[in-house]
Design a protein around this ligand. Structure first.
Ligand code: PAF
Length: 291
């Protein structure tokens, strides 16, 4: 595996791969890799001939009170795991490479509306930071395919929109969420959970599955009021279990707007904190099948 830090070295590796007529897939990460990331890399390997992974902890997607300084970092383990999987290039840019010059004077990439909902509501800078860094990384790597985890459902939807709006010639692939045996979605932030909190955390996915079961009783959404009731009781249940729920919403898969009467392709999106860990999860629900 070729480890590169500079754009010029990255471009040289990409040019050599292109000269050999190789297709390129890309997995952007913030490091501290777990099985969820490794699955993204496996998918990237199946989708193209040459795989590039980046590790960069992007400051612009962290809020003022968030854990940027303490974000877990395991560079040696990450490099070993990626080399074992046969990754071709590990791109390790520094801040100056990604954001040359003063941060407040930099060009930003912002996808309106969808970036301001759900996870963007309490963290207005978050998706701004994500789309800005992903757009820069895409320009540096110039991949054919980029692979993201569907655990970050809203992030993937926003990146798809950005790619469409800005005509990036990149195919976005979303990969199913990897979970532990109890159903807890794998995340670097799970490291903040105590053993007891980890036991509680699995109820997030279980609660969304229960909501999904309730929805499946109908061929389409019956009314906004019925959804509001379902969301309210799920929130109350999570609170009782010790979570601090931020949102639980039944949305449309197509544009992530809140679901309306008659909608069938749905996704339940949720964010809730336990202790220091802010957890997100989702469940897709397709109504009208077999009813
Ligand atoms: O999903 C992540 O780890 C980050 O948001 C990403 C896509 C690497 C951008 O910093």
């Amino acid at each position: 595996m070729n480890k590169v830090e500079k754009i010029s070295s990255l471009r040289a590796a990409v040019s050599a791969a292109r000269k050999d007529k190789k297709t390129i897939s890309f997995v952007p990460t913030m490091g501290n890799l777990h099985e969820g990331h490794l699955e993204l890399v496996r998918v990237a390997k199946r989708r193209a001939d040459f795989v590039i992974v980046s590790i960069y902890v992007n400051p612009t997607q962290f809020g003022k009170n968030e854990d940027l300084e303490n974000y877990p970092s395991t560079p040696d383990d990450d490099a070993r795991l990626l080399a074992e999987l046969g990754v071709d290039v590990l791109f390790l840019p520094n801040h100056e490479t990604i954001y040359p010059g003063e941060l407040s004077k930099q060009t930003v990439v912002y996808v309106p509306e969808i970036s301001d909902m759900y996870c963007g509501k309490d963290r207005p800078e978050h998706f701004y930071g994500v789309t800005t860094v992903v757009s820069r990384l895409f320009n540096m790597v110039q991949p054919d395919v980029a692979v993201f985890g569907n655990k970050d459902y809203q992030q993937v939807a926003i990146i798809r929109r950005m790619v469409e709006d800005l005509a990036y010639p990149v195919q976005i692939v979303g990969v199913d969420t990897q979970r532990n045996e109890q159903g807890l979605a794998l995340s670097s932030r799970n490291g903040y959970l105590t053993d007891k909190q980890t036991q509680t955390a699995r109820h997030l996915q279980a609660t969304l599955q229960n909501m999904s079961e309730s929805l499946r009783g109908s061929s389409s959404v019956k009314s906004k009021a019925a959804l509001a009731e379902l969301e309210k009781s799920a929130k109350a249940k999570l609170k009782k279990l010790g979570f601090k729920p931020q949102y639980i919403t039944v949305a449309r898969q197509s544009d992530l707007m809140p679901a309306k009467k008659g909608d069938q392709a749905l996704v339940i999106l949720a964010a809730a904190s336990i202790g220091r860990a802010r957890l997100i999860d989702n469940v897709e629900v397709q109504l009208g099948e077999g009813i």
